[in-house]
Design a protein around this ligand. Sequence first.
Ligand code: HPA
Ligand code: MG
Length: 204
Amino acid sequence: IINDDWPGYSLDLFNYPTHYSGDLDCVIIPHGVIMDRTERLARNIMDDLGDHDIVVLCVLKGGYQFCADLVERIKALSRNSNHTIPMRVHFIRLRSYLNDQSTEDLHILGAEDLSFLAGKGIVGTGKTMETLLQHVKAFKPKMIKVAGLLVKRVQHSLASVPDYVGFEIPNRFVVGYALDYNEYFRDLNHICIISESGKKKYKV
Ligand code: HPA
Ligand code: MG
């Protein structure tokens, strides 16, 4: 849990692409911490799974890095256990944000036959997740689990919360680790808070 008064780490403490200097306020979750937490989530997922096959549904674009790293960790754990678990990976594309605002229209592209679901990048309003779950349930999978790296604390209580949560964070717009602001900052490893000048610079 990252509290609302957590000021973050100074950018001077970390390495980040120089093309973003001036565009960020602070680092709120360093890349290494994300990786360690992801490893733990992978273990929790493996413990809960039993010997079900896994169909991973990666929610693009913001979820790609988390999904890729989570899948790697699950593979590593599976390799080192005495029963390996077959895993398939599918992709779905969602888009609901313009600038730093959630928009009404949510686009879903490319869902298929699913029996297990993991790998959602971020849960903001929870609207996205709710819509997607309805969509996935229609395929009648045996078990549905949602993994979200970040959950924002928002005023209204979430209708649904992921089964696996990396970090609970303040209700602020974050970028990095594949999360974007108008397609920028996906190439940043740490999860950061964008600065006012960064918002202006990349506004559409
Ligand atoms: N950053 C980037 N994309 C997002 C966010 C965020 O904070 N919330 C929902 N989509
Ligand atoms: Mg986005």
